[in-house]
Design a protein around this ligand. Structure first.
Ligand code: SF4
Length: 466
């Protein structure tokens, strides 16, 4: 997926002005936010906070021992009969999937939702090799037939209204008119069922891999991942190396926090623990099972001050709580991962120069940290990224000049006083809309009026009166 994150400001403007999208995002995120609150604190505040601390500690332990856990997971998965492949880059990961598909003469792939597959651009690679890829998560399927990208890491079509989905199905599939979401789902299900039955390969991501058992764990609500991982003879899981957890016990805590934080459920409808291919005597499951462990920039993050970002379990709670995301929607962020976690990992994975506006796409209100089930300090990382932007010199020129001017004035008492006087005298003639690049500041706010006298002036006058 081509990165467009340096276009954040105009893209955000489009998102804010799109009334239908704004209403859909507001409704979706508000509902998810409230559901999370109810689910995380269902057994009281203290219990919810204790679970959160436990989940955060489990992920920190995993990160501390990540290299060892990856080796342990590889050995366990191999013992389960899974072929484990490693990929340093997106290209290498895609080549692995392509090789597997060609080895098994695959013509159609049924795919469950995977943000990592979006990150590496897997669909385009398979399609260019004449392999049909069918997204089987309902939201992803809707996006696929409309040529769109997800705008949320858990609810990919949070930006779409029911009416727009209805019109799309009528347009693309001649669906009989209905306003009933259940009927629309049934309609899509019939189309997808036929695709499941004829796919030679199923592709999923992985919410977790448990190192001590070698299990690939998935949480879903639609049941499509169960079909993707049991009907086709080949199953491939593409999983980021940060998705490890050490033990089943840690997994139990993390998966509960994931579902509570993502959708407000104590458990999702389907919870999968996949342990390799079908064994003799088993009735279903793939004949061949592959797991591709993908780095694609994660080792670099692991070695940096931002390693904490790898604790993310992709629950989406920080998106639902973020006032910026809730206003702009996810497409404004210009790459795969939107919201506060996207504002942190996009510059880290794609380069600061390609996402220089994202660290500023936050009011630093702290909500993202407050709702994060693994207590990632996103505001700290956003501030550090702003610092890095200045260090490596990829800030906006106008901004640089503005800061340089502000610094010069504030370092000199004389200039400070003079500028205060000038602002007090000239401020009343200033237009309500500032011109040029300064205009962005007054687009949504009024220019504050300056006090007629500065504090220094009043201080001097008071002292001279005594
Ligand atoms: S940073 Fe935290 S809140 Fe945001 S998606 Fe990741 S785990 Fe969820």
């Amino acid at each position: 997926m081509q990165i467009k994150s340096n276009n954040f400001i105009p893209a955000a403007q489009i998102g804010i002005n799109d009334a239908e999208q704004a209403a859909a995002v507001r409704k979706g995120t508000t509902g998810a936010y409230n559901n999370r609150l109810a689910a995380v604190f269902a057994d009281g505040k203290a219990h919810g906070e204790a679970m959160r601390r436990q989940a955060a500690a489990a992920k920190r332990r995993t990160l501390k021992h990540l290299p060892d856990l990856l080796e342990q997971a590889e050995a366990r998965m191999q013992a389960n009969g899974t072929v484990v492949l490693w990929a340093e880059s997106a290209e290498e990961a895609n080549q692995h999937v392509l090789d597997i598909a060609q080895r098994h003469a695959v013509k159609r792939v049924a795919k469950a939702k995977s943000m990592l597959s979006e990150e590496i651009g897997l669909n385009a690679v398979l399609q260019s090799a004449d392999i049909e890829v069918v997204e089987t998560d309902l939201g992803e399927y809707i996006l696929q037939i409309n040529g769109e990208k997800p705008s949320h890491i858990v609810a990919p079509i949070v930006h779409k209204s029911k009416e727009s989905v209805r019109d799309l199905f009528i347009d693309k599939h001649a669906m009989p008119y209905t306003d009933d979401a259940g009927e629309m789902t049934q309609f899509a299900r019939q189309i997808l069922r036929e695709k499941f039955l004829s796919a030679e390969m199923g592709i999923t991501g992985g919410n977790f891999i448990i190192a001590e058992t070698g299990s690939v764990c998935l949480v879903t609500n639609e049941g499509n991942a169960r079909l993707v991982t049991t009907i086709p003879p080949v199953h491939v899981a593409v999983v980021g190396i940060e998705k490890l957890v050490g033990t089943v016990e840690e997994y139990a805590t993390l998966t509960q926090m994931l579902t509570r934080s993502a959708t407000g459920q104590t458990m999702t409808v389907y919870t999968h623990m996949l342990n390799g291919p079908r064994r003799p005597g088993e009735k279903d499951g793939p004949e061949h099972s592959y797991v591709i462990l993908i780095d694609n920039g994660r080792s670099k993050i692991y070695a940096s001050n931002y390693a904490e970002a790898l604790a993310c379990i992709r629950c989406g709670a920080c998106l639902n709580g973020c006032p910026v995301y809730r206003s702009t929607g996810g497409h404004a962020y210009g790459w795969v991962y939107p919201g506060p976690i996207g504002a942190v990992i996009t510059p880290l994975l794609q380069g600061l120069e390609n996402a220089k506006q994202l660290p500023h796409a936050s009011s630093l209100c702290g909500m993202c940290k407050e709702v994060c089930p693994v207590d990632i300090d996103l505001p700290r990382m956003l501030l550090d990224l702003r610092h890095d932007l200045v260090e490596v010199g990829v800030t906006d020129r106008t901004w640089d000049w503005g800061i340089a001017g502000w610094k010069t004035v504030n370092k000199s008492p004389r200039l400070f006083e003079l500028s205060g006087k000038a602002a007090a005298r000239g401020g009343r003639f200033a237009p309500s809309q500032l011109p040029g690049p300064l205009g962005g500041w007054t687009m949504y706010r009024s220019l504050p009026s300056f006090a007629p006298k500065s504090f220094r002036q009043m201080w001097r006058e008071r002292n001279s009166d005594e």
